[in-house]
Design a protein around this ligand. Structure first.
Ligand code: NAD
Length: 506
């Protein structure tokens, strides 16, 4: 099978341009590399040669293939040399004026049938193409860093892009060993839009003093299976990168409350506590190693009182079984006895609201998060309310730790931690489907490959139940009175009808 584009140009030989040149050569294209900085294109080729040599030494590339790959990469020094390329991919600095000027110049050099593509991550493809005489031949082709390892690319249609160009680019992405996902030209495209929920909601939770950064990370990793917690992730990407992205998406969507950034990252950015690379972020790093504080110890309790469980608790039967298995005596009365520990398990609501509505003694009431079944998590999360007595809090902590499963005790919050963060991620993804940013299946592929979440966000919503997701969001909206929790119509309708969140209308 012949490669979709036999001769391509890559303009900009930085981190992204190099990676694109590598996988393009591996797909079988001749690759011309151009950079305005003297010597940069040649250095990019040297880096690729070293890379392929390493693969050869590891036995992953035979000599003939290595030599063929090396012979396909050609550093060039003038735009004129790109005249007979059938595709030119731009990967220069993220600056609208410079990119526009480049495409205007390129258009005058390449043949009329050549395709042009931009690797921009935050600018509008439409805005870049607007200065071109033939914007229909230009599309977004958004790779992720490091390009050879991040196996997904967003193919973005600008306002005037010919759909046939996107088909050809998507086919080429597959030849490069990547999955292509198709997006309309909207701020953040797919991955940077869908990725808004995780960090911003975690920051909201921390900002409310519900618990500390490390506990939020532990909860989301142990309960929902994220590989990195949101604060570890922000330390890795560094706040000088991630805070401006949060601000940019928020502004580009005209201050959509779901994307509202946090003063926490603004302050830390100003202080230079950027993350791993400065040795100080949400965590401290000593010789590059993240310093983890020990978990708070489990309190030692003389005797456990009887436990009364609210009739409205989520997964009540499982909760009763769990408490019994942990060795506590269960009360079966319609109301708790005067000494009982009172346990509630709300979805979306906070412990305070449940205690008030169910007329429970708040001083003895704690909540447990059971949106996800206990057996499917590696951590339990319990929440107090402002009136909870210390002895009741410690009793609950000790009781739910009896089988050695870690327990995090947090302050009251609608939806605990996992419900809030998952609910927000699922809601943003659902709204992207509602807005037709992309298809539900492309959304799932893009997020799994681009963000490394354990499931795509719609599958996540299906796993925990679309109706549960809807309940969590409705109740969060009631507790906080904040439009950021307003359920997307996509989620509202599918949740109400018990349909899969991947379901598309006929
Ligand atoms: P980089 O700074 O590493 O490289 C940019 C290169 O472009 C430099 O070598 C520079 O000399 C060259 N350059 C600048 N202006 C030029 C011009 N007019 N003509 C030719 N060469 C020019 O940047 P990068 O991280 O590789 O990012 C490049 C593009 O890819 C940006 O649009 C960025 O937003 C996007 N992007 C970056 C990432 C990432 O994580 N780094 C991910 C996805 C997309």
């Amino acid at each position: 099978m012949s490669v979709n584009f036999s001769k391509i140009g890559v303009v900009g030989a930085g981190a992204m341009g190099r990676g694109i040149a590598q996988i393009a050569a591996q797909a079988g294209s001749q690759v011309l590399v151009l950079d305005s900085f003297d010597g940069a294109a040649a250095r990019a080729k040297e880096a690729l040669v070293a890379q392929w040599q390493k693969l050869h030494e590891k036995g992953k590339l035979d000599e003939a293939t290595r030599d063929a790959l090396i012979a396909r990469v050609h550093p060039v020094s003038s735009m004129q040399q790109l005249a007979d390329c059938d595709l030119v991919i731009e990967a220069i600095v993220e600056d609208l004026g410079l990119k526009r000027a480049l495409f205007k110049d390129l258009e005058a050099v390449v043949a009329p049938g050549a395709t042009l593509a931009t690797n921009t991550s935050s600018l509008s493809v439409t805005a870049i193409a607007a200065v071109m005489a033939h914007p229909q031949r230009m599309a977004g082709f958004h790779f992720f860093n490091p390009v050879p390892l991040m196996k997904v690319v967003e193919v973005i249609a600008g306002f005037k892009t010919d759909p046939a160009i996107c088909d050809r680019l998507a086919g080429y992405a597959v030849q490069m060993g990547h999955s292509a996902v198709r997006a309309n030209d909207t701020p953040g495209f797919i991955v940077n839009h869908a990725g808004r929920g995780f960090g911003t909601e975690a920051l909201r939770i921390a900002g409310e003093g519900v618990t500390d950064f490390a506990t939020i990370d532990r909860i989301l990793k142990d309960q929902a299976g994220f590989r990195l917690g949101p604060f570890e992730l922000m330390d890795l990407t560094a706040l000088d990168v991630s805070h401006p992205v949060m601000e940019s998406i928020y502004r580009q969507y005209y201050e959509e409350p779901r994307f509202r950034p946090s003063v926490i990252t603004a302050q830390r950015l100003a202080a230079g506590a950027l993350g791993r690379k400065t040795g100080e972020g949400f965590y401290r790093y000593v010789d590059g190693v993240m310093q983890q504080a020990a978990e708070p110890p489990v309190p030692v309790i003389d005797a456990t009182p009887a436990v009364w469980v609210s009739p409205r608790a989520a997964r009540r039967a499982d909760l009763l079984k769990l408490i019994h298995a942990l060795g506590a005596q269960l009360e079966s009365g319609a109301t708790p006895s005067s000494a009982a520990l009172i346990v509630v398990a709300p979805l979306g609501f906070d412990v305070t609201t449940v205690a008030a509505v169910e007329r429970l003694d708040a001083t003895r009431t704690i909540g447990i998060d059971l949106m996800i079944e206990d057996a499917a998590t590696k951590r339990r999360v319990i929440a107090t309310n402002p009136a909870t007595r210390r002895d009741m809090r410690d009793t609950a902590h000790a009781l739910f730790s009896r089988d050695s499963k870690p327990v995090s005790v947090i302050r009251d919050s609608g939806g605990f931690v996992t419900q809030r963060v998952i609910g927000t991620i699922v809601n943003i993804a659902a709204d992207m489907c509602q807005q037709r940013v992309c298809s539900p299946t492309d959304l799932e592929t893009a997020v799994k490959l681009g963000l490394g979440y354990p499931q795509g966000p719609l599958a996540m919503g299906n796993l925990y139940g679309p109706t549960n997701m809807l309940e969590v969001l409705f109740n969060l909206q009631t507790v906080y009175g904040d439009p950021r929790y307003r359920p997307s119509p996509w989620l509202r309708r599918r949740g109400a009808l018990g349909l899969s969140l991947l379901h598309e209308e006929e």
